[in-house]
Design a protein around this ligand. Sequence first.
Ligand SMILES: Cc1cc2nc3c(=O)[nH]c(=O)nc-3n(C[C@H](O)[C@H](O)[C@H](O)COP(=O)(O)OP(=O)(O)OC[C@H]3O[C@@H](n4cnc5c(N)ncnc54)[C@H](O)[C@@H]3O)c2cc1C
Length: 347
Amino acid sequence: MQVDYIIVGFGLAGMAMSKELEDHGHSFVVLDNASQVSSRVAAGVFNPVILKRFTPVWNADEQLDNLFPFYTDISKRLGGEYLTFFETLKVFKSIEDQNNWFMACDNPLLEKYMNPKIIKEEVNGIHYFEGFGQVKGTGRVLVTKVLDDYIDYLKNKDQFLEIPFLHDELEINQDTINYKDITAKKIIFAEGYGLKENPFFNHLPLTGTKGEMLFIKAPELKLTQQIKSALFVLPVGDDIYWIGATFNWNDKTLDATEKGKAELLEKLNTMIDVPYQVINQFGGIRPTVKDRRPLVGKHSIHKNLIVFNGMGTRGVMIAPTVAKQLYQYLENNKSLPKEIDIERFKS
Ligand SMILES: Cc1cc2nc3c(=O)[nH]c(=O)nc-3n(C[C@H](O)[C@H](O)[C@H](O)COP(=O)(O)OP(=O)(O)OC[C@H]3O[C@@H](n4cnc5c(N)ncnc54)[C@H](O)[C@@H]3O)c2cc1C
């Protein structure tokens, strides 16, 4: 098989790059072995406001401008619906929280997303302290559904192989690379935390942060919005709520742990006051980076080896924009923004 590109990994990064290549008429094949699950366990939420500090998400406007057409195009291509919208309510625990909210509402980057009026009405099933702050422009991508539909679409065109990529079997030539019976001009590694096993790029400072989440069933909690406090509580239909997430920098396994569950339940019990039943628990490793920016660029010696990683805690918002930037860099010689270019770690 002869193609322009091989993509290793089909999470949010690999999918965004697949779409970008297809949009521009390039041939490619994807290899994935389901060894990482960050995208598949992600709640898929996009939110332009960091609710811990009431600060804007890095490049939020540009990322949202790219996110909506990205999923509208994918819906046309695959025939499914992958975006849902809801408002997010931040629980205010104190008057100080309210004051910080008011101050943040004056930030020109935040004013269109934050409602300056404090919501004083109680929300059924949620502990009330000092009211709520409302974030506009939030929603969720149905990540597993879109990945599964995209994989079926690529499989139908013989562009998706469910196999592990073994790095030591890659043959690198001046202008091409060979992997088993595939010859390509370039290879893009979008392996998430799997980058740690990649000898060409594992020197990059990918830290990896494990996140665990729960599904609970709570028929008396009639939420239509996402509630954010110590955790987020997100309705996903049929009285089921997504509860998350933990942040663990030491455990690099994908296992659901008793410790993770205990932490989630302790925090959840400070948020809701209706009965619930835990119905599922799962975990994954977010591909986080020391400086919280993506890792994108070419290998220092083998210029046909490319990395697309470091989506961190916000792959849903970041991946469509970074895929565009990477494409322009690879095919039209445009520079990568310095803050995502792996050149920043050269020393
Ligand atoms: C609990 C949790 C909740 C989250 N919630 C959100 C959220 O609400 N919103 C948001 O924007 N982000 C969220 N994130 C973060 C988001 O999931 C990540 O930013 C994103 O999924 C990273 O995508 P990726 O494609 O880089 O990596 P991954 O999703 O990990 O994909 C990498 C792919 O590469 C494959 N792979 C790796 N090595 C090989 C190999 N050698 N051969 C073949 N295939 C290989 C893996 O199987 C995998 O499919 C969350 C993450 C977690 C863990």
